[in-house]
Design a protein around this ligand. Structure first.
Ligand SMILES: [Fe+2]
Ligand SMILES: [Fe+2]
Length: 208
């Protein structure tokens, strides 16, 4: 019989030595990711929300438990690379210059590098691709179609939805229905239709 001290949606089993090795590094990375989202104007709940939304979507899509686990890490750490973006750029209240925007556009690659050699190579790729878009209009590489992992599309949709429905320093939160309409508008352009559909089902089914 198992019981948990906090609410949980997923349970992951690992052997004790691998859990200890993994959890220490992972906790450190997670702490860093939360810190960076706070500097970027989000509450500490943002990482956790993207993780839950992504996992629920992955579950609707029938991803294996191994892929769901990796997805949970990639989702939580998606913006980790923003630690390498100078604060004055991250928090600039006025429009960014094209040079500053170029630096921001490197945050997926910075995040990927921070995860290199950590044992989370697949999660690193999810992080590296979370701003790539189906039609090639994303960054940093302009990848398209199935050059982009399903997991990265899932994180992209969850992150976009959460950004739209959260109060940001420069604008008020949109209602979930407006955010759904926006995602649907970009289905088939920025994100595969199947990912947007699964996301909307997940959010309704799991009652976020
Ligand atoms: Fe990002
Ligand atoms: Fe984010």
């Amino acid at each position: 019989m198992l019981s948990a001290e906090t609410d949980l949606r997923y349970l992951y089993f690992a052997s004790a030595p691998s859990f200890n090795a993994v959890s220490h590094d992972l906790l450190e990375l997670q702490r860093l990711a939360e810190e960076v989202e706070a500097k970027d104007g989000y509450t500490s709940e943002h990482c956790r929300r993207i993780q839950s939304l992504a996992m629920a979507t992955g579950q609707i899509l029938g991803l294996s438990s191994k892929r769901l686990y990796t997805l949970s890490i990639g989702a939580y750490l998606h913006d980790l690379g923003k630690v390498k973006v100078p604060l004055e750029i991250l928090q600039k209240p006025v429009a960014l210059s094209s040079e500053e925007w170029d630096i921001i556009k490197h945050h997926p690659t910075f995040g990927e590098r921070l995860l290199e050699g950590s044992g989370y190579e697949k999660a690193a790729t999810i992080v590296a691709q979370h701003h790539e878009r189906l039609d090639g209009s994303g960054y940093p590489l302009g990848l398209q179609g199935n050059e982009i992992l399903t997991e990265s599309y899932i994180v992209a949709v969850a992150d976009t939805f959460d950004a739209m429905t959260t109060n940001r320093p420069y604008r008020k939160a949109l209602s979930p229905n407006i955010a759904f309409a926006e995602l649907k508008r970009f289905a088939g352009k920025h994100y595969p239709q199947i990912i947007v559909d699964a996301f909307i089902i997940a959010i309704r089914e799991f009652d976020f």
